[in-house]
Design a protein around this ligand. Structure first.
Ligand SMILES: *[C@@H]1O[C@H](CO)[C@@H](O)[C@H](O)[C@H]1NC(C)=O
Ligand SMILES: *[C@@H]1O[C@H](CO)[C@@H](O)[C@H](O)[C@H]1NC(C)=O
Ligand SMILES: *[C@@H]1O[C@H](CO)[C@@H](O)[C@H](O)[C@H]1NC(C)=O
Ligand SMILES: *[C@@H]1O[C@H](CO)[C@@H](O)[C@H](O)[C@H]1NC(C)=O
Ligand SMILES: *[C@@H]1O[C@H](CO)[C@@H](O)[C@H](O)[C@H]1NC(C)=O
Ligand SMILES: *[C@@H]1O[C@H](CO)[C@@H](O)[C@H](O)[C@H]1NC(C)=O
Ligand SMILES: *[C@@H]1O[C@H](CO)[C@@H](O)[C@H](O)[C@H]1NC(C)=O
Length: 401
């Protein structure tokens, strides 16, 4: 998930992604401990011993279940976190496209109705950091049109924090996060309360809790039961039975180098260029630039057309879509010493369901944007993914779905 308006991502005014959060260049501090906190510093020293070599066996970590938000199509997966002393619980989307945490606060009142709201006065460990901001988003959640109705007013705070039994030796992690103090109505339908971003630079978040900086994610589509799992500080090796294939991060973020794309086994010269994609667990489908999207669509069907009502979206008559083969192979660079490999988005992902205002037209999985390019849940649903911060690489193994 990426906000429509942020210092680094201004180009993404039509970002598809959702109730998104900010990789604020100036405030990239959630998921890090309060500077100078002695226990945290001790933990960091301890953490030096926890940094793993890429060849070490995979740690097991601690897991929690995720729930699929399905509304016509699989949209997001979310799970529970606890904040404060005593703990107050929230459901959040675990979002690799951002690196900050947002949950509703009591101050939001009616504007956050239907969502749990954090009560600072009920937490003995709460700290108000007295910084306010607004976050704007291109869309909220779902595949409905952009309506300029997705804005958050937020306030920076700090408190103890627990996720998936993931606690520091003394009981809880201390984290900065944004409390939502007001919001536009576009967020109200979301079944989850907030977002927890996990960037590729979140080393301290894991090390301070005594875990290696690695996490695993499983997203099971609705038609296979709609469950999911987040494993922090390790990998759940019971969720896949093929070797993990790794691609190195291009920068200290979840960007990978793709050296080519194939559609139903075919390719073109324009599809055999190098591209850098952000792997974003907070994006439901795919967002590519126009030349790349059109090159892929033209190998699927000439009947896929732009939907002028919603710029950046494409569709095809719903009665044609289920018969179309549309397997998309994305070739990724391997880690040093390992070959490049393909990840496959199966044909079943082509349709994101009918457009609300043109129900005879089904939305196809790739949106066009001039900004960054995102690979989202259309792909992750079919792989167990391993987000290895310590070794700056991302691993995949087919999950059987
Ligand atoms: C959390 O920890 C408790 C006690 O250690 C354990 O019983 C439980 O299974 C753990 N839950 C998860 C989801 O790991
Ligand atoms: C809060 O969340 C934790 C971890 O998911 C869970 O063990 C606990 O039962 C929850 N508490 C409440 C009041 O829901
Ligand atoms: C495509 O973009 C539109 C407009 O931003 C958005 O509403 C929709 O969710 C996106 N669709 C997909 C399939 O990502
Ligand atoms: C909250 O935001 C809405 C706009 O969505 C605005 O009309 C309202 O005045 C705001 N409320 C407060 C308390 O700032
Ligand atoms: C499903 O999406 C529609 C809009 O397309 C929305 O009105 C409705 O509230 C959503 N349902 C749920 C359960 O989120
Ligand atoms: C990727 O898949 C295509 C067929 O779609 C195949 O021609 C190509 O060799 C594969 N690349 C790798 C690295 O496996
Ligand atoms: C693509 O990237 C690879 C790996 O960095 C490099 O060897 C190759 O020359 C690049 N190809 C093009 C067309 O830029």
């Amino acid at each position: 998930m990426i906000p429509a308006v942020s210092a680094v991502l201004l180009a993404l005014a039509a970002a598809p992604a959702v109730f998104a959060t900010a990789p604020h260049s100036d405030l990239k501090l959630a998921l890090s401990s309060i500077p100078g906190r002695p226990a945290a510093r001790r933990a960091r020293i301890h953490a030096a011993n926890l940094a793993r070599r890429a060849t070490d066996p995979l740690p097991t970590g601690t897991s929690e279940p995720l729930v699929d938000y399905f509304n016509g199509t699989d949209l997001q997966w979310y799970g529970e976190i606890s904040i404060g002393t005593p703990p107050q619980n929230f459901t959040v989307v675990f979002d690799t496209g951002s690196s900050t945490i947002e949950v509703p606060g009591m101050a939001c009142g009616e504007a956050c109705v239907g969502h749990r709201q954090f009560d600072p006065s009920a937490s003995s460990s709460f700290k108000d950091l007295q910084i306010s901001d607004t976050l704007n988003f291109g869309t909220c959640v779902g595949v409905d049109p952009v309506d300029d109705n997705c804005e958050l007013w937020v306030s920076l705070v700090a408190d103890t924090f627990t996720v998936a039994n993931f606690t520091s030796p003394e009981g809880a992690l201390y984290s900065h996060f944004w409390l939502i103090t007001n919001q536009t109505s576009g967020f109200l339908p979301d079944p989850f309360d907030g977002i927890m971003g996990i960037g590729a630079d979140a080393n301290d978040f894991f090390h301070d809790a005594g875990y290696p900086a690695i996490f695993g994610m499983l997203f099971v589509p609705e038609n296979e039961g709609g469950a999911g799992e987040l494993t922090l500080g390790g990998v759940d090796t019971t969720k896949f039975n093929a070797p993990l294939l790794y691609s190195p991060l291009v920068v200290n973020d979840w960007f990978l180098l793709s050296t080519g794309i194939f559609v139903n086994g075919q390719t073109t010269s324009s599809l055999q260029n190098n591209n850098t994609f952000l792997f974003d667990s907070g994006t439901s489908n795919l967002v590519l630039n126009e030349p790349l999207a059109l090159a892929i669509y033209s190998l699927i069907s000439p009947d896929i057309v732009a939907n002028a009502d919603e710029p950046g979206t494409y569709g095809i008559a719903c009665d044609l879509i289920s018969t179309l083969p549309a397997a998309i192979d994305i070739t990724l660079a391997g880690i040093p010493g390992q070959d490049a490999f393909n990840l496959t988005i199966p044909s079943s992902e082509l349709s994101s369901g009918p457009f609300k205002n043109k129900p005879e037209l089904c939305q196809t999985l790739i949106n066009v944007s001039d900004g960054l390019m995102f690979v989202g849940l259309s792909l992750f649903k079919h792989y167990y993914s391993v987000w290895d911060i310590d070794n700056q690489r991302l691993g995949f193994a087919p999950n059987g779905f």
